[in-house]
Write a protein that binds this ligand. Structure first.
Ligand SMILES: [Zn+2]
Length: 363
């Protein structure tokens, strides 16, 4: 069984207004789930609009992350209120929590991404973290959300950092799926990989223009936000679990194990993981194109103010056993790193990171 996409997608500058009549036919008593103080006004607007449609609505927030503590607290709230749907409005952690909660209670989930930082509004997957943001595991869900509302005017209010992060995460699709799944003899998987290549090309061509001029009348911005929030999700939907993540996400998951005072966004960490993956391919798989890709990606990442080393994520790998902790987590038994078509051990990861942190990439 494969769930390729949400049942209904509304997109564009007035997606929310267009979605409202449909939503009010579908549900009567939703919980609006959010988190950030910066998106409170937007969530209030959703609440008012739904009440005007004669729906009974309540709202609540994540206190931490997409973690079991928040999920079980919110599960009780939904049961007490007898909510018949979850409307998850926010970034990846909120969307993942909303999808997970809705599925576990067998009620529909409506996703309303409020930034372009993630394709979580689309996918049938939730990433579970600890309260402190340490990655625990991916949970595959039975289906994609019932309705996805990708309203450009909401996305436009998000900080530019979220767009940069979404670009890095979406770029990883090609570099990860092409190395793990190129040998899979399944037409849909091959087509999904090709979509991720077109997605990468579009982001390389238009990502910087989108970042510098984030307005609806800029077609680069429109294309880029939809590439990050929609197309990246479509690749996962068509490719399914065979169109896998690889080292970039395995390294992301390991880096989140180190708790830092300032939290970095998912794609910001994945971007660093992507550069490391390419260096690993060069080191272990004799990939002669990897250095070129590193230079090409680093150039774009610098323009998008994205971190390009672990130290720029405010982690000193040479302190507190951090290097060991990261290498252990990257190489643990069920890590995505083992989807790579070559063997990796802890010593490889240590060597990779030490060399990577000490070099300056010459673009
Ligand atoms: Zn990701």
């Amino acid at each position: 069984m494969q769930s390729i996409s949400p049942e209904i997608i509304f997109r564009g500058n007035d997606a929310w207004e267009k979605a409202l009549p449909r939503i009010s036919k579908l549900i009567q008593n939703p919980l609006i789930l959010g988190r950030s103080i910066h998106t409170e006004n937007l969530r209030d607007l959703l609440l008012r609009d739904l009440k005007n449609q004669k729906l009974s609505v309540n709202s609540d927030n994540l206190h931490f992350d997409c973690c079991y503590e928040d999920i079980s607290r919110l599960r009780n709230i939904i049961l007490e209120n007898n909510n018949d749907a979850v409307i998850a409005a926010g970034g990846g952690k909120v969307l993942d929590s909303g999808k997970y909660l809705a599925e576990s209670l067998d009620i529909p989930c409506i996703t309303v991404p409020l930034s372009a930082s993630t394709c979580a509004g689309w996918t049938a997957l939730s990433n579970i973290y600890t309260k402190n943001g340490q990655f625990i595991k991916d949970v595959p869900l039975r289906s994609c959300p019932k309705v996805l509302v990708y309203d450009h005017k909401f996305i436009q209010t998000a900080p530019s950092r979220t767009l940069a992060s979404g670009i890095a995460d979406a770029l990883a699709k090609w570099y990860e799926s092409s190395i793990t799944s190129a040998t899979i003899d399944d037409g849909l998987v091959q087509q999904a990989i090709q979509i991720s290549r077109v997605l990468r090309d579009q982001l390389l061509l238009q990502g910087e223009k989108a970042f510098k001029d984030p307005f609806e009348n800029n077609s680069s911005w429109r294309n880029t936000i939809e590439a990050c929030g929609l197309t990246a999700g479509l690749v996962g939907g068509i490719g399914g679990e065979k169109c896998r993540t690889a080292a970039a996400h395995a390294i992301h998951n390991a880096i989140t194990q180190i708790i830092t005072p300032n939290k970095f966004l998912h794609g910001e960490i994945v971007g660093v993981g992507l550069l490391l993956q390419l260096r690993l391919e060069e080191m272990k798989n004799n990939n002669k194109l990897a250095d070129q890709s590193i230079k090409q990606l680093s150039k774009l990442m610098n323009k998008l103010n994205l971190p390009t080393t672990i130290s720029e994520l405010e982690i000193n790998v040479f302190e507190n056993q951090n290097l060991n902790k990261i290498a252990d987590f990257v190489c643990r038994d069920n890590s995505e790193i083992h989807f790579l078509p070559f063997e990796i051990n802890k010593q490889d990861i240590i060597e990779l990171i030490v060399n990577f942190e000490q070099q300056k990439i010459i673009i």
